[in-house]
Every structure is written in structure tokens, then in C-alpha cells.
Design a protein. Sequence first.
Length: 215
Amino acid sequence: MLLFAAVYAAILVAPAFAAPSGRPLKLVALGDSLTAGYQLPADAAFPAVLERALRAKGHDVAIANAGVSGDTTTGGLDRVDWSVPDGTDGVILELGANDMLRGTDPAVPAKALDAIVARLKARGIPVLLAGMRASLNLGPDYVARFDAIYPELAERYGLILYPFFMQGMAGQEGMTLPDRLHPNAKGVETIVAGILPSVEEFLGRLQKMPQETGK
């Protein structure tokens, strides 16, 4: 009876998700300033806050910050090979906001994001796709074409999609820096709270395909 109780207690405190070898699952957050933590301390940036939230829920993960402020989808494609090292179990892909803010033809980010996902897939690295939405002042045609990029890409590759990375903080008082675009520390916490269930789903998927990850 005592042995059973000890085993049961061990199960309760075991991490919910870890790599098969017992090491932490290694994730890379590949993105722009929203990931990098523009004007924020390193421990207040999205990857660090997400890692703490996941660890608080028992997930044994380590999340590398591969965010570059000002990066476009094309820039992300140019650096994906060295930004996502061998041994990475999964990538959270957050890019496209700067393409949209510059009014770039949606065909450009659509092609670049597709290439990023395809390149990671070829390396056996799964992707969680964090979507972006176009500003309404760009006009209905642009908005429709841009907003369609993410669900179409997710469907094409069977990705988990978090539809709007900035859900819950975009345009909200007290959630942004003075530029009214980038999240402050509270805004990052709001982003993490929103995306957390999708990331947990992603971790579950990684656990089911250990032979395909971390190449």
C-alpha cells in the first residue's frame, strides 16, 4: 500500500510533457519584435514568460528567443536555418506584422511563411503557427488576402494555429508601450495567457511524435 502511494505521488508531480530522453523539450520562438520583447527586459519577453507559465503547469520545456525586432517574413526565411538549431523539438512561428505594417503584397509573406514551414518540416521540426491580422485601414481587399494567409497555411501543413498572436491586448489601454503597438509586460502576460492552451496542445503533439523531432 505504501509503495502504491509513493508511485502515485511520483506520477502527480512528474512533468506533464518532457522529451523522451528525460531532457526538457526544446522550443524556439521565431518571430519579430513581438517575440523579441522590444524595449522589455529579457525575462519579460514572450519566450521567457511563456516558459515560466508552462513550467508552472508542470511542463519541462526550454524556449529560446529567436525574435528579431523589425524582422519580416522574408527576413525570417533568410535566417531560419541558423535561428533554429539542430536538436530543436518544435518552433512557435510568429511573423508577418512588419510585412502588414509596410503594406507588403500579401503574396510575399504567404510565400515566405510557406517556405519557412516547408524547410522546418524537411528537418522534422513541427511548427505552431501564430497568426496576425491586418489593420482595417489597409482596406477590405488587403485585409481579406492577408488574414487568409495563416489559416490556409495551417490547413496545408496540418499545423496548430493560434489565430491572432495579439489577441486580448491589441488596442487595449494599459497593455502597450507608448507607441501603442508593442506589448508592455502586462500585454505579454495577456498574450501568453491566450496562447497557452494552444502551446499545451502543441506539446502534446510533440510527445506523440518523438521520432520525428529534434533532428
